[in-house]
Design a protein around this ligand. Structure first.
Ligand SMILES: [Zn+2]
Length: 562
């Protein structure tokens, strides 16, 4: 037996050799000594048996053995680096299946604001630094649920600190809030007609409150964002590595970003594995065909560092615009007339989905409300009737409010559920918009798992902050930042939450055979944690700091325990 590894770990090892065939063996039958071994730890492998071990060996960027301290130490050669974990816990590298960016930026930073006064102080500071006429724009990574008042700052609030300079607060990916100077600048008045797929919001007296939702944002032309650079992407990836992330999936980004990432891979600058969904503006089959041709990429091209993951589409708004079968709670329901925002109509959406299926592309669709899920089902079923999508891992992105009648249809299409912890951030707002029962059902991970769906976890950063441990904490407890527990019946086991953040994400990108668990033959992506995430008190999951992150056997964050 070439490997001195015992028990269930050996069964896994033997299977993995069969799958990956990547164990380095010398002609003599001796194994090549590992580059690195990690010993004296608590290794949570997330393998099919949920086994644990004390130590792992790494060579050529992959795990080569998992087992006891003595068996792994016996593999070491003169050149092998030995990392003493000092009892720390190791888990597979964490993944985020729906991450736009890490937040931050050059705009007004509201991520640390905890009250309306904090928001206004941040805006006032920029007004005082700037010149007359400057347009002030905020970063997008904040939400009113983080504010003590649990409400948005509106036009009248912003006017008190910026009567002259136009102010545009960007909130997440679906909403702007403008002050009066900004409304004037872009000629938005009470007479401006509503925009299809969007909404210009009014207050109780019928006055514009400055809020523009989804396609209504097109009324505003913001100054161009600073050009995305390799340096900026590398800096973001370092932040993500520090939170324990080793893989991310960009849910809809430009071809320009993909080309930058390719250049980063060529120069060996990537410290995180990337799957990118493409996003193009196309609302019929012919335009989609032309747009796909213009991308000049293959539907699933790439390798273990960077790959194309399919095409991103969207059919409804976000927190404040998810498209529902039933009206919003009052006053947002506007006397039963407001059911959210449908950003792409059924006929155009179905046309585009069927064309992508013909072209061999996978589709991932943003759908928050149950009416949006109805639209996705109708289109995916129409595509499936032409050519089966089963086994091709098409996805439902978000899927906040699935209804009982929708589960069997989602299952029949063999969809993967890409679920995030929006509720953790936005709980009190969702209660206000949708009522307590609907808010408590938001992202019902337990219900999805119980019905046999593969659920891949993430955050939707920068809409929700990116730490993956907060996703695990929320899915395990259903606790929220400022609104207490919502939907306690949807709590899941910690080991399931860990799968959702690791191997299930690998499944989403067709990579479960090469990453997502600590098994011989797989890519050596791992995270060292200060304590056992399966047994520590709940609150520790939210608060613990990552000790060290490795991608492909290289340390990309932190240092060995000391
Ligand atoms: Zn998103």
């Amino acid at each position: 037996m070439p490997f001195a590894v015992r028990g269930s770990a050996f069964v896994v090892l033997a299977l993995s050799i069969g799958l990956a065939g990547s164990i380095a063996v010398r002609p003599s039958g001796q194994t090549t000594p590992p580059d690195t071994i990690l010993v004296n730890g608590h290794i949570i492998t997330v393998d099919p048996n949920a086994s644990t071990a004390q130590a792992v060996a790494i060579a050529g960027g992959k795990f080569t053995a998992v087992g006891s301290d003595s068996t792994i130490r016996a593999l070491a050669g003169a050149g092998t680096a030995v990392i003493d974990l000092r009892g720390r816990t190791v888990i597979p590298g964490l993944a985020d299946g729906h991450l736009h960016d890490a937040g931050g930026g050059s705009g007004v930073d509201l991520s640390r604001a905890r009250s309306l006064a904090d928001v206004l102080a941040a805006v006032r500071a920029r007004v005082e630094q700037g010149r007359a006429g400057d347009i002030l724009v905020s970063n997008s990574d904040w939400h009113e649920a983080q504010l003590a008042e649990h409400r948005l700052p509106y036009r009248a609030d912003l006017d008190t600190v910026s009567p002259e300079n136009p102010v545009v607060l960007v909130r997440g990916g679906h909403e702007y809030i403008l002050n009066s100077a900004a409304l004037r600048k872009w000629n938005i008045t009470k007479e401006t007609p509503q925009i299809a797929g969007g909404r210009i919001t009014r207050d109780a007296r019928g006055e514009l409150n400055g809020e523009l939702i989804d396609r209504a944002k097109s009324l505003v032309q913001l100054p161009p964002a600073p050009k995305l650079t390799i340096e900026a992407l590398a800096e973001q990836h370092r932040k993500l590595n520090a939170a324990g992330l080793t893989s991310i999936r960009y849910p809809g980004a430009s071809i320009d970003q993909y080309r930058l990432l390719q250049e980063m891979e060529r120069r060996k600058l990537l410290t995180i594995r990337v799957s990118q969904l493409m996003r193009v503006g196309a609302d019929d089959a012919a335009k989609m065909r032309a747009a796909v041709a213009a991308l000049n990429v293959q539907a699933d091209e790439g390798d273990e560092w960077l790959r194309v993951g399919g095409m991103k589409l969207g059919v409804d708004g976000g927190f404040e615009g998810g498209w529902m079968r039933e009206p919003y709670a009052e006053p947002w329901g506007e006397h039963g007339t407001f059911r959210g925002v449908n950003t792409m109509k059924q006929s155009a959406y179905t046309d585009v989905v069927k064309e992508l299926n013909r072209l061999g592309w996978r589709v991932a669709t943003h759908a928050v409300g149950d009416a949006a899920i109805d639209e996705v089902l109708a289109a995916y079923e129409a595509a499936n009737a032409e050519r089966s999508i089963a086994g091709r891992r098409w996805s439902l992105e978000h899927g906040f409010i699935p209804q009982a009648d929708q589960f069997p249809r989602l299952k029949a299409l063999d969809l993967v559920i890409s679920a995030q912890n929006h509720l953790y951030l936005a709980g009190p707002s969702l209660v206000a918009y949708w009522g307590r029962d609907r808010a408590a059902w938001t992202t019902p991970v337990r219900a999805y798992l119980d019905r046999g769906f593969v659920v891949a976890g993430g955050t939707d950063s920068a809409v929700v902050p990116y730490p993956p441990l907060w996703v695990i904490y929320h899915f395990v407890t259903r606790d929220t930042i400022s609104g207490g527990v919502l939907g306690a019946d949807q709590k899941i086991a910690r080991v399931d939450a860990l799968r959702i953040e690791t191997i299930n994400n690998a499944f989403l990108t067709f990579e479960e055979r090469i990453k997502g668990s600590i098994e011989p033959g797989k890519l050596a992506d791992l995270v060292v944690l200060p304590e056992d995430i399966l047994t520590c008190p709940d609150k520790h999951i939210e608060q613990m700091q990552v000790v060290m992150t490795m991608v492909g056997g290289k340390i990309v964050y932190g240092r060995p325990p000391s």
